[in-house]
Design a binder for this molecule. Structure first.
Ligand code: ADP
Ligand code: MG
Length: 483
């Protein structure tokens, strides 16, 4: 016969199953084990801290609602976390999550399933083989995941990228043997980081075909790691990465607020570095400005060379466009290229976008590419380019509006207005960015995900109950949107 807690949990599961996708159900609810029911507290065992955080972030309202339905208004939930698969696993760490209020909103939001698609972040479309195919994997079988067109031939040199490019070339010719290990390339969006690090990988492959090169985004790395936890094959994950001679991790800042992934990356970094394997990483800021990354990892990033890519000057922007149209086998009057370069200054990616739009307009409407056509396309393009709303931008807008400093917002201060500003920044960050609660928390002065969750609820409650506050939040909302 089933124990009481098992019965309760299986009834909860029946409700949950109706409210989440089958995929999410098996991923996030399959591994949960009920362990006891005492004083209306149902204890659930989850496989890891990460798992617990994920549940709390995405499914807590559903869980609370279900528990209350099964156990009545006093029903509560407690987690017992199995710490990895290490011997300490026998000492689960309990977390108690109270279920005092019911949030009906949560059920309206579709559940999020774990992102594991390796191909989606890689430019050029098409699905790439999952490099994480183990066990018994031969070194030769590892697909480098490099984008062929992102090579050195196509990477235009200019003052903006001289150091990064020549260091990259040196690494490509001597991986693991220069002092540029790790090589960290940083810049703003669309300035060529992904292109340059791919070019290095291709250069290595050309010079040393036997070397194992792998390009991954930090996001893919994280997802593979999560997968390995889920499938209980973390060792395979680590062994796989130990086979790599040249490891390229793009957008390392995406590890912010993910301490477990950082931890595993830290150990991998050390191992690869000690065995003189080459590590290449990119980031949107220099190491000193990276937030949410553990100091020990940051200090490793500073071991080698950090080189930035700056906004290319006018001539370099034209040269980049010329190379691009030449590669595509199309022609375009120089004055049009000049117009694009003059109008779009901050991102090579946007410049290329405008170029493609102009080509598309001309071929669809069978019109010649004239300055006039280009001007109208660029005009629309510049206006319609949706700008990305970032956590930094939100924090700045909130601070400006409330007249407090950014330092204050990120400080430990418990002053009412500071706390409220911080909570507003967290609330809007959750709303407008895809960042996880932990990332948002770490960017708001190293808070944890629970604090962010609490902040979002506090703001929602105030909006629901206080008209004046609601109006204030709307104003701020508009300010953020019109950026
Ligand atoms: P990031 O990774 O920094 O966001 P990308 O590497 O994706 O930027 O570059 C955006 C686009 O701009 C790509 O299509 C890339 O080929 C192009 N690009 C950037 N810098 C250069 C350059 N110096 N020469 C040629 N193309 C470039
Ligand atoms: Mg990139």
């Amino acid at each position: 016969m089933k124990q009481g807690y098992e019965k309760v949990w299986s009834e909860c599961l029946a409700v949950i199953r109706d409210n989440v996708s089958p995929n999410a159900f098996s991923t996030w609810f399959g591994p949960i084990r009920p362990v006891r029911l005492n004083d209306n507290i149902l204890t659930l065992q989850v496989p890891s801290q990460f798992f617990y955080e994920w549940l709390e972030e995405h499914y807590i309202d559903l869980l609370k609602k279900t528990i209350k339905k099964e156990l009545g208004p006093d029903g509560r939930l407690e987690y017992s976390i199995v710490m990895d698969n290490t011997p300490s696993a026998s000492q689960p760490k309990p977390y108690t999550v109270h279920a005092p209020t019911l949030n009906k909103q949560a059920l309206k939001n579709p559940p999020v399933s774990i992102p594991v698609d390796l191909s989606r972040d890689v430019k050029g479309g098409g699905s790439l083989p999952n490099p994480f195919v183990i066990p018994g994997l031969k070194k030769l079988n590892i697909h480098p995941q490099l984008i062929e067109s992102y090579n050195f031939d196509n990477f235009i040199q200019g003052d903006c990228n001289r150091l990064a490019r020549s260091a990259g070339l040196a690494v490509g010719q001597n991986p693991g043997k220069t002092s540029f290990n790790p090589l960290l390339v940083y810049s703003g969006n669309g300035l060529g980081k992904t292109h340059l690090v791919n070019a290095i990988g291709i250069e290595v492959k050309n010079n040393f075909p036997e070397k194992t090169v792998l390009y991954v985004t930090a996001e893919q790395f994280t997802n593979q790691f999560i997968d390995s936890i889920r499938n209980n094959n973390q060792n395979d994950f680590v062994h796989f990465y130990q086979l790599i001679d040249v490891l390229i991790v793009d957008d390392i800042h995406c590890l912010a607020g993910k301490p477990k992934t950082q931890d595993v990356f830290f150990h991998l970094f050390n191992q690869l570095h000690q065995t003189r394997k080459q590590i290449i990483i990119t980031s949107d800021t220099p190491p000193v400005e990276m937030s949410g990354i553990e100091p020990r990892l940051l200090s490793r990033f500073k071991w080698g060379l950090s080189a930035d890519l700056q906004v290319p000057d006018f001539e370099t922007r034209i040269a980049i466009l010329q190379k691009k149209i030449h590669n595509d086998g199309v022609e375009m009057p120089l004055e049009v290229l000049e117009l694009i370069s003059a109008k779009i200054k901050t991102s090579v990616r946007e410049m290329e976008g405008a170029l493609i739009s102009i080509l598309a307009q001309s071929s669809m409407n069978k019109k010649e590419i004239t300055l006039k056509l280009a001007a109208s396309v660029i005009d629309k393009f510049v206006k319609h380019t949706p700008k990305e709303i970032t956590i930094d931008y939100i924090q700045q807008t909130v601070c400006d509006h409330l007249d407090i400093s950014l330092d204050q917002l990120k400080s430990k201060s418990r002053k009412r207005e500071t706390v409220q500003a911080r909570q507003l920044a967290m609330y809007f960050s959750k709303q407008y960015t895809n960042s996880s609660l932990s990332t948002i928390g770490s960017k708001c002065g190293n808070r944890d995900h629970a604090t962010v969750l609490h902040a979002c609820k506090a703001i929602r409650n105030l909006v629901d109950t206080d008209k004046k506050f609601k109006q204030f939040v709307n104003e701020l909302d508009n300010l953020i949107k019109i950026m």
